[in-house]
Design a protein around this ligand. Structure first.
Ligand SMILES: O=C(O)c1cccc(C(=O)CC[C@H]2O[C@@H](n3cnc4c(=O)[nH]cnc43)[C@H](O)[C@@H]2O)c1
Length: 226
């Protein structure tokens, strides 16, 4: 057992909720919010959709879960999700999965190779969004994009917003987590605490401590909603 899977949340128990983060700082924020509840397992699986899918699949093969949640920090689309707010995904979209053509980007859907959009557990997502509002936490809902490259220009941000109408946030793991969950027939959710705006790269402007605090606050609501 490594440091990312050890602790009070790894006690064997049926029907738990599996929460996948990318890095340990996110995992620790989620654990602070959850307290000592044994209903949850929280694993830091690594950055990006491949690590997320592999880590999720390995956890699902080893345990008994009823729900999978992709959680962490993320970029918020201007006008949709402000820094410090919490986004509940209404869909999980692999926004850069496709082909570049002379006519522009073509998604895997258009290419006939599958779907770049996976459904979330809409009932639990709605309950979570209601709980955010009731707790007075700043929240937003909308599709959350999974990208392999963090957006770093206004042009890409605009292209993604056009590609996925209503896009609220982007991150790098949701589609991998959701793909693994789907293979096990399990419902999935994605929750992102916004650390930065999607747009021109300005790493110094990322508000990671604030986002981790928001992630911790959001995770307290998992106890009542999930
Ligand atoms: O440096 C730190 O202390 C630190 C603490 C927690 C997390 C990080 C990360 O850099 C995690 C990488 C993670 O962040 C997500 N993310 C955040 N903003 C964006 C974005 O604008 N576009 C795409 N992904 C974003 C992503 O899911 C990465 O896994 C550092």
């Amino acid at each position: 057992m490594n440091s990312s899977t050890s602790g009070v949340h790894s006690a064997g128990q049926d029907g738990r909720v599996l929460i996948i983060t990318a890095v340990d700082a996110e995992r620790e924020a989620v654990l602070r919010g959850l307290g000592r509840s044994a209903r949850f397992e929280v694993i830091a699986a690594g950055v990006g959709p491949a690590a997320a899918a592999a880590g999720t699949a390995a956890a699902l093969a080893a345990g008994n879960y009823r729900l999978v949640v992709s959680a962490g920090i993320g970029g918020g689309f201007p006008g949709r999700a402000a820094v410090g707010s919490i986004v509940a995904a209404t869909a999980i979209v692999a926004a850069d999965l496709g082909a570049e053509t002379p006519e522009g980007f073509r998604s895997v859907d258009e290419l006939g190779f599958g779907s770049s959009r996976l459904a979330v557990d809409s009932a639990r997502t709605a309950r979570f969004a209601e709980a955010l509002a009731a707790a007075g936490l700043p929240g937003a809902s909308g599709p959350v994009l999974t990208v392999s490259t963090v957006t770093g220009s206004a042009a890409t941000a605009e292209a993604l917003a056009v590609r996925v109408p209503g896009a609220a946030a982007e991150a790098m793991e949701g589609f991998g987590v959701a793909t693994a969950a789907a293979q096990y027939g399990l419902p999935v959710m994605e929750v992102r605490a916004i650390s930065n705006a999607v747009g021109p790269r300005d790493r110094a402007a990322w508000r990671i401590p604030e986002a981790l605090k928001a992630l911790e606050a959001a995770s307290t609501l998992f106890l009542e909603v999930l």
